[in-house]
Design a binder for this molecule. Structure first.
Ligand code: GDP
Length: 442
């Protein structure tokens, strides 16, 4: 779950307000103290926390809120708005050059995920209809060039390299010329990183910048490094002038500090977040949607976009019909799981559904290995059982377990998971219907 600890604590604190009919200033203060602690524990920059809390308090104890019919809800709304503002308010897109190619320079420390992100960004742009070229400008890290070539090969995106004996400035320059000649409208330059910020690195990056005049300099930072990531962003920005940040490893055990402080401290927007090692796991960053996820309000828009980008539309329509008519079977379940695998871990998807809490998510977590087990169990079912799981009684469960080499317990779990998934999908479809009718999401 995104920022699990922070999300749990914030939601817990705000829950207390939501249930109250009337609020006193003290109630708000008390809860804001908890919110403050939660943010500090999440490694959010101290100054950022202080400003945030002051702003929320100021707005929350205003007459309008206190005298409204639902003061608790109003405070939650204010927290949502201020969290959104903290992360930049609006979604910051890549600026494309009016005359191609658009040149994007990726910078960052070693291990931040620059090379991987170069590939991911290429894949993302390709989906938008662009024709990207990756340029291998990291000539120092052993195997960086090879890594980019492998990534490019996997994505069917061309990679320009002049080996490791030519200066990065020259490589960047020739890379752009190459793009011009070969119809590539976006050039993504991978640059060298170091373990720490050092003078040589900065000079080299400045030289590249001077020669190629990139349209976007994007700094790749590892979200897991918390406040360090924020310092790195501040430093790179002061020295090089960056246009935005890509936060990687947001799928990991990050407490959230970097995502919540980078914008305020470095004054530059987060443009994308890396949500996994796979090359498809890069998401445009939407401050409001992230705030919703942190506050447990889900993120239906991102979920829909993800699904649209990855699903086979005909299949999706068939599935939608089945979910609506409650006709969803184990065959569809298996099919669905395989499609979902393309979207990333199920737990990541489910947290985008409003109201899905972390406990529920843990219950449903399915990993790739389990997927193979599930496949085996479903294969051991008869067609009738797959279509009508309610007939799967004790002796059938034993037979399915024996047939798939699993325990009866595992079969029981699968049946439970199936029911839960079905229920979640029903919720999702009802919610969507509600939205279409013009109703508001809670
Ligand atoms: P570079 O030195 O900055 O070029 O870093 P790499 O691209 O080689 O990435 C370093 C490591 O981070 C690799 O093992 C990547 O698979 C991993 N990585 C990059 N982005 C992400 C991400 O968003 N999530 C996770 N979990 N791992 C990532």
């Amino acid at each position: 779950m995104v920022f699990e600890g922070l999300a749990d604590k914030l939601q817990g604190a705000l829950q207390k307000l939501k249930s109250k009919g009337k609020l006193t200033e003290n109630d708000v203060k008390e809860v804001m103290r908890e919110v403050k602690l939660a943010l500090l524990e999440a490694d959010v920059n101290f100054k950022v926390v202080k400003e945030f809390i002051d702003k929320v308090k100021d707005r929350a104890v205003g007459q309008e809120v206190m005298e409204s019919l639902t003061p608790g809800q109003q405070v939650v709304k204010i927290v949502h708005e201020e969290l959104t503002a903290l992360m930049g308010t609006t979604h910051s897109k890549i600026t494309f050059a009016s005359k191609p190619p658009t040149v994007i320079m990726l910078v960052g420390l070693q291990g931040a995920g620059k090379t991987t992100t170069g590939g991911k960004l290429g894949a993302y742009l390709k989906k938008l209809g662009k024709r990207p070229l990756l340029v291998a400008g990291d000539i120092y890290r052993p195997a960086a060039i090879k890594q980019l070539q492998v990534v490019g090969g996997q994505l069917d995106i061309p990679v320009f390299s002049l080996g490791d004996k030519v200066s990065p400035v020259q490589i960047a320059k020739e890379g752009i010329e190459h793009a011009g000649k070969h119809g590539n409208d976006v050039v993504i330059i991978d640059t060298a990183g170091r373990l720490h910020i050092d003078e040589n690195l900065m000079e080299e990056l400045e030289n590249i910048k001077k020669v190629v005049i990139p349209h976007e300099i994007l700094l790749v930072v590892d979200a897991m490094t918390g406040q360090d990531a924020v310092n790195v962003a501040e430093n790179f920005n002061n020295r090089l002038g960056i246009d935005g940040v890509i936060l990687t490893k947001m799928d990991g055990d990050t407490r959230g500090g970097a995502a919540l402080s980078v914008r305020s401290v470095a004054q530059k927007p987060i443009k994308f977040v890396g949500m996994g090692e796979k090359l498809s796991e890069l998401e445009p960053f939407h401050p409001d949607r992230m705030a919703s996820r942190i506050l447990g309000m889900g993120d239906v828009l991102s979920l829909i976009e993800k699904a649209q980008a990855n699903f086979d539309e005909k299949k999706a329509r068939e599935l939608e019909k089945k979910i609506r008519s409650q006709d969803f079977t184990f065959e569809d379940f298996l099919d669905q799981l395989q499609q979902m695998k393309k979207l990333g871990p199920l737990s990541q998807l489910l947290e985008m559904i409003p109201g899905a809490n972390s406990k529920q998510l843990k219950d449903i977590e399915i990993n790739d290995k389990e997927l193979a087990h599930i496949e085996a169990m479903i294969s051991s079912m008869t067609t009738e059982e797959r279509r009508n799981p309610s007939i799967i009684n004790g002796s059938r469960r034993k037979r399915i377990a024996a047939g798939s080499g699993m325990t009866v317990q595992k079969v029981n779990n699968l049946l439970k998971q199936f029911e839960q998934t079905k229920k979640m999908m029903k919720q999702f479809s009802d919610m969507e219907k509600g939205m279409k009718k013009g109703g508001k999401m809670k």
